[in-house]
Write a protein that binds this ligand. Sequence first.
Ligand SMILES: [Zn+2]
Length: 335
Amino acid sequence: MSPIPKAELHLHIEGTLEPELAFELAHRNGVDLPYADPEQLRAAYAFSDLQSFLDLYYQLMDVLRTEDDFTALAEAYLARAQAEGVRHAEIFFDPQAHTSRGVELDSVVRGLRRALDAAAERHGISTRLIMCFLRDLPQESALATFEACRPYFGAAIHGVGLDSAEVGHRPSKFADVYRLAREAGLRLVAHAGEEGGPDYVWEALDVLRVERIDHGIRAIEDAELVERLVRDRVPLTVCPFSNVRLRCVDTLADHPLPAMLAAGLLVTVNSDDPAHFGGYVDENFDGVRTALGLTNDQLRLLARNSFEASFLEDDEERRKRLLTEVEAYRFPGQD
Ligand SMILES: [Zn+2]
């Protein structure tokens, strides 16, 4: 039984690096990983909080050096995504995490694009690439990265986002670079309301003028904000497994997803950093179905939302076709 067709809208490509590929790339590039084998590395993925996750995340990135490495990373994800029912993927990458290590921006972008450009034919997946700024770095660094990426805008890079440690790094810190991105015609998203409060979501909307909020689970604490998000049909890319692993919610059964759906928010389910958080997007769908008792109708709504929330408006034909596939999908056991 194939999984329901869906779009993945919140996925950090660096967070799809599985231990086996990490070891393969480490060997290829002569990088010493402080683990005996992929199994020991997988055990280290059982981190306990955001900081220990980020430490491991940046340590592992060191195995990514060449254009071919980035192609291998993206290709491994896309093959996996196809099996998960993903038909459209909007993929984040962190240019600063690579250029700061001396990796050429061109190797990163061209390497990723090589896999993405082949994905339609090879995996039946359309793609968009979104560059994210690391919010714990100063805006000057984001501005320099933005200018360095300018030659790739449009064909190779479709939008900008904001990620990494949220608290203490308010969206408004990046007002200037978002204004430039808007002027350059890029699509705008930002992580907000994951650990930060609803005020971070307000700022992302009003100061950065983002079109989509990544995470946004804490928006539910603010009735006026919920009303605004519902009225403007602002999508929220929710990542249930990530929220549990990073202790934003205690257990999957405590996740606010049902309340968000009940409030009429345009919610989608995504995997964030699936190699680290215990599953890819269809496992997240399965997890919320089991832990939260979501019905087939609710799962279908989440799949429909994922295409409605996507930046597919330059290919409305495809969006319509994918939505038709969602409606035609039959769940296991369904008549
Ligand atoms: Zn994220």
